[in-house]
Design a protein around this ligand. Sequence first.
Ligand SMILES: Nc1ncnc2c1ncn2[C@@H]1O[C@H](COP(=O)(O)OP(=O)(O)OP(=O)(O)O)[C@@H](O)[C@H]1O
Length: 230
Amino acid sequence: MLEVSGLRSGYGDVTVLRGISFSLDHEIFAVLGANGAGKSTLLKTLARLLPITGGSLTFRGRDVTQSQPHRLAAAGLAYVPQESNVFPDLTVAENLSIGGLIGTRTKEERLEELFDLFPALSARMRQKAGTLSGGEGQMVAVGRALMQDPSLILLDEPTAGLSPKYADALFSMISTIHRDKGLSVVLAEQNASKTLAIAHRAMVLNLGEVFVIDQAANLDTDSLREGYRL
Ligand SMILES: Nc1ncnc2c1ncn2[C@@H]1O[C@H](COP(=O)(O)OP(=O)(O)OP(=O)(O)O)[C@@H](O)[C@H]1O
């Protein structure tokens, strides 16, 4: 699905990612690490929103190292940023419709599937997204990405700031979209134990480098938490 080789990127003169390599199959792949480790920078780079200054990126067999973000979106990659991930002045319906612009299935078909995942959204379609609660807003952001009918979804700390109930619902929804819709997921998270419970494999970043990549079941959350303040 995704091949990342020696990836370097950052902001202007500041290099943050220093040679990240991993390959992603049809799986839930967690990206863990302390604050500032480079998780968001990695996801922005994978979505081609930051310049790649070294290494390469291959998506579904095509070299996309220098592709434009909209080309990647059209090829099946959806990205949900950590913040500012809904258009606050647009309604929920309008936000979701933007995702539905990509792909061939009808909007109605996709909405029906989405309401199965997030039944609460159907009652809020006319509400401005900026007036939703944190949890509802996060559902709209993920919902808009799912409306793109992606094969890979990049989720940047989707449970940040959510109550345990909403966070648990989101973790469970992530498992469901992988299992039932066949999506691959890259999930950057702070909540190591809940993330490792649903992930197949995980990568721990430390200061922009890979500290470890392993099966989630092999990673000990206590030692990760102690060593990397997860
Ligand atoms: N726009 C920016 N300009 C310069 N440096 C930045 C910018 N955004 C992030 N950084 C730096 O890049 C490094 C990695 O930040 P990043 O947001 O990727 O970490 P993170 O692992 O997602 O952290 P958190 O869990 O706190 O969100 C940090 O040192 C941060 O200060």
